[in-house]
Write a protein that binds this ligand. Structure first.
Ligand code: V47
Ligand code: SF4
Length: 381
C-alpha cells in the first residue's frame, strides 16, 4: 500500500489514505472527494486494507429464507417494480396466514437460522396480525431468528394501531421478532426522497424507528438505494446520518448498498450505473462507515460475479442462500431470476474469490468455517 501511495500525486488522496490506514475517521468532504477523484484501484486497495484489518479473508453468509406476505402496497415508490398499488390489487398477491405458515413448516428440520419477512404495506395486515403471525412462526421453528419489517412497514403499522414506535416494537419483540432488516432507507436527502419515495415514512422517521429498536435491544441493518437521481453528496449525507446514529446506539450490524435496477418501474428511463461504479461505491462505503462492522453485497441484486468481485472492495458478507424466496430483484431486472444458491454453491463462490467462507447467524456469531470443516458428501444431497 505504501508503495502505491508513493505513486499517487494527489495530496488530498494521500491524506485520506493515511487517515484511513491509521483508523481516523474521514469527513463528509473527504468522502465526497473520494467519490469524485479516486480511481477504482486506489479505492479497492484502501477498502481491502480495512477489510483485511477487521475480517482477514473471512466472508460471511447465512442460511435463510424470505417470506413476502404481499406485494400490495399503499405507497407508490417510483423505483419499485414489485409492488401493486391498492387500486391494481388483482395483479398482486396476498398470502393467507395458512399459506405463510405452510412455507415456515416446509423448513422444519432444515439447517436455516433466519427468516426475513418483508413485503408491501397492506392496509389490512396490521400490527397485531403480524405480531400473532410471528408468534406462530416461532411455535413452528422455535430457534429461528425473525428479522422482519422495514421501518416503512413498522411506521405504518404503529400509526394505524395508534401506538408509539416503542410500544409497537415492544409488542412485536414480545411476540418473537428479533431484529429489523435495513430496507426503506433509500436516500435520506429530503428532496431526492420526495422525488422517488414521496409518500412513505420520512428519513427522520426511518432513523427514529431504528434508534428506538436499538434502545429496545433489537439490532438492525441499514441500506442505501444508489445509482438513480442522487448525487455523490446525497450518498455521503445518507451515510453520515447513519454513522451519527451508529455512534449513539451501536445497534447496526450491516450496511447494504442496493443498486437501483431499472426494469418495469416508473424510473425505467434512468440508466443503471456500471459495475465499476458499484465497486467504487462498496469501497467508499467501507472506508466511510468506520463504525459499521460489516458491509454486505446482496448477491440476488448485483449477481454472483459482481458479488465475488465486491469481496476485494470492502465487502465481507454476501447474505444468504435465500432459497428462491424473494421476488424484489428478479422483478426489477436483476440477472438473478431465481435467486437461490445451495450452501455448496455459496461456499464455492466465496472460495473462488480467494476468501474464507464462514456461515454466521444473524448476529454474526460463527456457525461454521468451511475451510476448516469442509462440506461432506452426505451434506450435498
Ligand atoms: O427498501 C426496491 C430496494 C429494498 C428496487 O437487511 C430496489 O439484511 C433496486 O432492504 N432496484 C428492500 N433496489 C430489500 C432490503 C434488503 C434486502 C436484503 C437484505 C436486507 C437486510 C435488506 O429493496 C427497498 C428498496 O431500497 N428496492 N426496488 C429496485 N428497482
Ligand atoms: Fe411499497 Fe416498499 Fe415498493 Fe415502496 S418499495 S412501493 S413501500 S413495496
Amino acid at each position: 500500500m505504501e508503495l502505491i501511495l508513493k505513486s499517487i500525486t494527489d495530496k488530498q488522496l494521500i491524506h485520506i489514505a493515511e487517515k484511513t490506514l491509521s483508523a481516523q475517521r474521514i469527513s463528509p468532504e473527504e468522502g465526497e472527494y473520494l467519490y469524485l477523484h479516486a480511481e477504482l484501484g486506489f479505492l479497492g486497495l484502501l477498502a481491502d486494507a480495512i477489510r483485511v484489518q477487521r475480517h482477514g479473508k473471512v466472508t460471511y453468509f447465512n442460511r435463510n429464507f424470505h417470506i413476502e406476505p404481499t406485494n400490495i402496497c399503499v405507497f407508490d415508490c417510483k423505483f419499485c417494480s414489485y409492488s401493486r398499488l391498492l387500486k391494481h390489487r388483482n395483479e398482486g398477491w396476498e398470502l393467507s396466514e395458512e399459506q405463510i405458515l405452510d412455507i415456515v413448516r416446509s423448513y422444519v428440520g432444515k439447517p436455516v437460522t433466519e427468516v426475513h419477512i418483508v413485503g408491501g404495506v397492506h392496509p389490512k395486515m396490521g400490527l397485531m396480525y403480524f405480531a400473532n403471525l410471528i408468534k406462530k412462526v416461532k411455535e413452528i421453528l422455535p430457534d429461528i431468528h425473525v428479522k422482519a419489517f422495514t421501518a416503512v412497514e413498522l411506521e405504518y403499522m404503529c400509526r394505524k394501531a395508534g401506538v408509539s414506535y416503542a410500544e409497537g416494537l415492544q409488542i412485536l419483540k414480545d411476540h418473537g421478532q428479533d431484529s429489523l432488516p435495513g430496507g426503506g432507507a433509500e436516500i435520506f436527502d429530503e428532496e431526492i426522497r420526495a422525488q422517488i419515495a414521496g409518500d412513505k415514512c420520512t428519513s427522520v422517521q426511518w432513523l427514529e424507528m431504528h434508534k428506538t429498536a436499538h434502545q429496545l435491544g433489537m439490532p438492525s441493518n441499514a441500506t442505501m438505494l444508489y445509482g438513480h437521481v442522487e448525487s455523490y453528496a446525497h450518498r455521503i449525507d445518507h451515510m453520515e446520518r447513519l454513522r451519527i446514529l451508529q455512534d449513539e446506539t451501536g445497534g447496526f450490524n450491516t450496511f447494504i448498498p442496493l443498486k437501483f435496477r431499472n426494469k418495469d418501474n416508473q424510473m425505467s428511463h434512468i440508466p443503471e450505473v456500471s459495475v465499476i461504479e458499484d465497486l467504487r461505491n462498496y469501497a467508499v462505503a467501507r472506508i466511510y462507515m468506520d463504525n459499521f462492522p460489516h458491509i454486505k453485497a446482496y448477491w440476488p441484486m448485483i449477481g454472483r460475479s459482481v458479488a465475488q468481485l465486491s469481496l476485494s472492495f470492502g465487502v465481507n458478507d454476501i447474505d444468504g442462500t435465500i432459497d428462491d424466496s424473494t421476488k424484489i430483484y428478479s422483478m426489477a431486472g436483476s440477472e438473478e431470476q431465481n435467486p437461490s444458491l445451495s450452501t455448496a454453491q455459496l461456499v464455492e463462490l466465496i472460495q473462488g474469490a480467494g476468501k474464507i467462507p464462514v456461515e454466521r447467524d444473524t448476529l454474526y456469531s460463527t456457525i461454521r468455517n468451511y475451510n476448516e470443516q469442509p462440506l461432506q458428501e452426505e451434506e450435498l444431497v
